[in-house]
Design a protein around this ligand. Sequence first.
Ligand SMILES: NC(=O)c1ccc[n+]([C@@H]2O[C@H](COP(=O)([O-])OP(=O)(O)OC[C@H]3O[C@@H](n4cnc5c(N)ncnc54)[C@H](O)[C@@H]3O)[C@@H](O)[C@H]2O)c1
Length: 223
Amino acid sequence: MVADIEETAALAVVAEIGEEGGSAEVVALDVTDEDDWIAGLDGVIERHGRLDILVNNAGTLAGDGTIEDLTVDAWRRIHGVNAEGTMLGCKHGVRVMKAGGGSIVNISSIAGIVGAPQLAAYCASKGAVRMLTKSVALHCARKGYGIRCNSVHPSYTDTPMVDRMVAAHRDPDRLRAGLEGASPLGRLGAPADVAAAVLYLASDDAAFVTGAELVVDGGVTAT
Ligand SMILES: NC(=O)c1ccc[n+]([C@@H]2O[C@H](COP(=O)([O-])OP(=O)(O)OC[C@H]3O[C@@H](n4cnc5c(N)ncnc54)[C@H](O)[C@@H]3O)[C@@H](O)[C@H]2O)c1
């Protein structure tokens, strides 16, 4: 199930999965809208009987700034997607998974562990995702639902989010080189690096892993 607010982008992913021999469907979802979550997840249960894995991946840093530049509107918009969207995903994910168990993976960031001066709202929202994850994990463990919940913390990863950030900079080549050089492994993360971490946490190989934070950052936070 491929869920996104941008239906065309979601359809492109579904087509790609089809070309590789898989099958997928689009779920229209604005993660900030609780009614969308209810309709989307109830639809999955009606059509497929159960939900095993939920990845809360939608995120934004648009309009962020330092604490001196940040507007309340930008703070609320960024928290709406990153923190509230993930909260709603966990809430309704647990609701539909608790009969049979499952795995919830929340995409935070290294910005949820270490600060970045120009990303005040993003850092705060990703810190919220990190601690929400632990609370959900402990609740599900205590209730015996068989649901694990973990967070993944990528550093700068080669996606459209970084492309937009680089393109908006006064010296895009310098910024891109700076982002690559910031990692001890000397490159940006690849989407596949993050996907591999998500797959591990989603799988039974991680049967005893819950409430954990998995850093995928080429060593950035080790320094
Ligand atoms: N790219 C990075 O460097 C990086 C680093 C650390 C963490 N992350 C996190 O990884 C996740 C994926 O980011 P990305 O780099 O692929 O970003 P991206 O901007 O390329 O993709 C984000 C996706 O989220 C969707 N989205 C945004 N708002 C939504 C909403 N309200 N409802 C449903 N979907 C919505 C967008 O349409 C888009 O498809 C995000 O949570 C991001 O914060 C990214």
